[in-house]
Design a protein around this ligand. Structure first.
Ligand SMILES: Cc1ncc(COP(=O)(O)O)c(C=O)c1O
Length: 436
């Protein structure tokens, strides 16, 4: 459905809510433009003034099955009639067990034990504790530009924007290394940036910063999310897997944003033919309900009763939603459709790049795509203010998009998006970018 802007946003009802929001809500979130949601369905959002937007955000890669998918809504409503909070840490119930069985069936072999929590940060937190508990080692490695959440453990791994860390330290012992970004290669060479990063880790970090036998785990996003959907060179994850094996370090894939078929496979790391030791999921798996999942092998998840738990973990309504989400996303041909429409979106973005010099880079995997805006293609100076303007104008034209990193715009629509919606979004962007 095409966007329909009847009242210039923010309209009067939106403004009234925003005013009240400013009075009582913590203003620690960043909102790129004043969209006040009232309802959503499929790939469409409606604001409180009746404007309809075409959504390329999926609420930060959450609504992979589409907003308010009838199967998910039905599952939530039905389950709520019987049991929502099931006191899973004291009593067993069948719905979370069924979801865990389904996850194990869909995940690569060897990932066969599941811990449920309520968010991405919690799933990462659990992975950190599990890695320490299993290895009896203290340190962690993660990547600059990585975002893993905002609780203390997850925030210690996070090194994306300094505002997220400023005045919150001290943190857990984490050593950050550069992410192999082909557009901005840490060693200067896109072709070898993955090797350069891992050489730096072995030759510099392990020689002068932390001994590898003190490192419990490396946390890696198979596609760097909040930093702008950076896709590493194809060999990177395999090389990292080998390095981890060489030193007995656990490899944790944070697939909170890239998982649940976002990239055309259940896990983005599957594209690299790699099985991580621990996988973190959240966002899309709950279909809009708060649900975090940490998965590992039986051999790793041996922490004893009482060592880790959460009151709401394994919530029956969230798990029922998760089962409905998996039924939709793992259906026949669904993943192939994501890959096909992802390639279509990427091609459309590359065509936009040919017409607009402000687009320095186009990248992505499946329906996890981004453009990076630059003032000059030679210097690659980030076009931050221009991005703000573009996002604002797109919003005013009925297209919801989100920023990522310093000057990227990400495209993470519901995975149910059709080609004609992609065409609509690209046509609006084309118009909006003509002013630069
Ligand atoms: C890769 C990744 N890990 C962890 C998180 C944290 O998830 P949550 O906000 O649910 O705590 C995010 C959130 O954007 C994420 O993108």
């Amino acid at each position: 459905m095409k966007p329909q802007i009847q009242v210039e946003p923010p309209g009067p009802k939106a403004l009234a809510v925003l005013q009240r929001d400013a009075e009582v809500i913590s203003q620690s979130m960043v909102r790129e433009y004043p969209l006040v949601l009232q309802r959503a369905s499929g790939v469409n959002l409606w604001d409180v003034d009746g404007n309809r937007y075409l959504d390329f955000t999926a609420g930060i890669a959450v609504m992979n099955a589409g907003w308010n998918h009838p199967k998910v809504v039905f599952a939530v409503q039905e389950q709520a009639k019987y049991l929502s909070h099931g006191a899973f840490l004291d009593f067993a119930s069948e719905v979370p067990v069924r979801l865990a069985e389904e996850l194990v069936r869909l995940l690569p072999e060897g990932l066969d034990r599941v811990y449920f929590s309520n968010s991405g940060a919690e799933s990462v937190e659990a992975a950190m504790k599990l890695a320490r508990h299993h290895t009896k080692r203290k340190y962690f490695i993660s990547f600059y530009g990585g975002f893993h959440g905002r609780t203390y453990g997850a925030l210690s791994l996070t090194a994306a924007k300094v505002v997220q860390r400023r005045y919150f330290g001290p943190f857990l012992p984490v050593v950050h290394v550069p992410y192999p970004s082909p557009y901005r290669p840490p060693g200067g060479d896109a072709a070898t940036c993955d090797i350069d990063v891992l050489t730096y880790l072995e030759d510099e970090v392990f020689a002068s910063d932390v001994a590898p036998d003190e490192v419990a785990a490396v946390f890696v996003e198979p596609v760097l999310g909040e930093e702008g959907y950076v896709v590493p060179p194809p060999g990177f994850l395999k090389r990292l897997r080998t390095l981890c094996d060489d030193y007995g370090i656990l490899m944790v894939a944070d697939e909170v944003q890239s998982g649940c078929y976002r990239t055309g496979r259940f896990l983005a790391s599957e594209h690299a033919g790699v099985t991580p030791d621990i996988v973190c999921l959240a966002k899309a798996i709950g279909g809009g309900m708060p649900l975090g999942v940490t998965i590992s092998s039986d051999e790793i998840m041996t922490w004893p009763p009482g060592s880790h738990a959460s009151t709401f973990g394994g919530n029956n309504v969230a798990c029922a939603a998760g089962l409905a989400v998996l039924e939709i996303l793992s259906g026949d041909g669904f993943a192939d459709g994501v890959a096909e429409r992802g390639a279509y979106l990427l091609k459309g973005l590359s065509e936009l790049q040919e017409r607009h010099s402000i687009i320095g880079d186009v990248r992505g995997m499946g329906l996890m795509c981004a453009i990076e805006l630059v003032r000059d293609r030679e210097t690659k100076e980030p076009a931050r203010r221009e991005r703000e303007t573009i996002l604002r104008h797109a919003f005013e034209s009925g297209i919801a998009l989100l920023p990522a990193g310093q000057s990227a715009i990400r495209f993470s629509p519901p995975l149910t998006i059709e080609r004609e919606d992609i065409d609509t979004g690209l046509a609006v962007l084309d118009q909006v970018m003509k002013r630069f």
